[in-house]
Design a protein around this ligand. Structure first.
Ligand code: SF4
Length: 84
């Protein structure tokens, strides 16, 4: 089975603060399956480290107020949109 997982869960240092969210269950899953790791935030063009973001009123906004909605959508769409 082919599985796509968040790269930070696989231990890649792509999180906003330059760290990762390494998860042992995900690593186990990777040993048993064909896995593609992706970081949509990086694919969308955002740097690492970067200012953390959240959805405000339906728009992805960085903590410093910069709108990063286009980058997030581009990164997510790079893999997901062609499969919809
Ligand atoms: S976008 Fe990147 S840093 Fe954010 S959860 Fe996904 S893989 Fe982790």
């Amino acid at each position: 089975m082919k599985i796509m997982v968040s790269a930070c869960l696989a231990g890649e240092n792509c999180k906003y603060n330059g760290g990762n969210n390494r998860n042992e269950k995900v690593l186990q899953l990777m040993e048993e399956n064909e896995v593609i790791t992706v970081c949509p935030e990086q694919i969308g063009g955002l740097p690492t480290p970067r200012v953390p973001s959240e959805i405000r009123y339906g728009v992805v906004t960085a903590k410093d107020g910069r709108i990063v909605d286009v980058e997030f959508r581009a990164g997510a769409c790079r893999y997901a949109c062609r499969r919809i």
